[in-house]
Design a protein around this ligand. Structure first.
Ligand code: URA
Length: 236
């Protein structure tokens, strides 16, 4: 059966569909020995040889979904040329070729999804689906209601307004506050930049939910396998 090349690559579990398109554009994919850079091309993976960076694509494996409580100090990649601790080192005996769905900064902890299901990863990451991500930020000082309202409506980051966000003050202490913030965009260091924009630096950041899927009591550095019901919670 013929299918779009980017779909076959994503189903093989090496990346999301969008990333697969990038690999095609970059000339990293060969079909029957020839580099293919056309986006719409239809291929039959049973009859044709598809190679990624010189290696034949493996046949699709069973879908695996993992929720990891990422500690600070771990890079959200499966390999790091600089030799820093990587999230994959926290997974034991997982033979499926999972990859992280989006990223968390080195100094952010909390919920990180990993999967080999490129299609679901795309649905979670694509801005069109507006999947909420909830964070708890420990920030300097006590942001006023006026400033929190500014964040809710949108602030300018690198020349572009952020989409509406939901904010809730959880607690305040001398010199700092804990604030829950829910956003659906995934711009680089977005939460930190949003609080910078109102003059309150983020001292600690933790992602606690993807949509309706909560991190809950999962210990730091530990992970659990998700069920289809868990995955459905992400999209509610
Ligand atoms: N926003 C940030 O600033 N950092 C993260 O890791 C995630 C969201």
């Amino acid at each position: 059966m013929q299918e779009r090349l980017q779909k076959i690559i994503a189903q093989a579990g090496i990346c999301s569909r969008r990333k697969a398109e990038e690999f095609i554009r970059q000339g990293k994919i060969k079909v029957d020995g020839k580099i293919v850079t056309d986006m719409g091309i239809m291929v039959d993976s049973k009859l044709q040889l598809i190679e990624f960076e010189g290696q034949p694509l493996q046949s699709p494996e069973e879908n695996v979904y993992i929720l990891l409580n990422k500690p600070k100090g771990y890079v959200t990649t499966m390999h790091d040329p600089q030799g820093r601790p990587i999230v994959s080192s926290l997974l034991n005996n997982i033979t499926a070729r999972v990859f992280p769905v989006g990223r968390l900064d080195l100094d952010t902890e909390g919920a990180l999804l990993l999967t080999n299901d490129g299609k679901t990863a795309d649905r979670i990451l694509h801005p069109r689906f507006e999947i909420n991500k909830t964070y708890i930020a420990k920030v300097t000082g006590h942001p006023s209601q006026k400033k929190l309202l500014l964040l809710e409506k949108g602030v300018e980051i690198e020349g572009r307004m952020t989409s509406p966000a939901q904010l809730r003050v959880i607690s305040t202490k001398a010199g700092s506050s804990e604030i829950e913030i829910t956003i659906h965009e995934g711009r680089k260091r977005q939460v930190r930049k949003m609080f910078d924009a109102i003059g309150h630096r983020v001292k600690e950041l933790k992602r606690v939910a993807y949509g309706g899927l909560k991190l809950g009591k999962l210990p730091l550095g530990k992970y659990r396998f998700l069920t289809i019901k868990d995955i459905d919670r992400i999209f509610i």
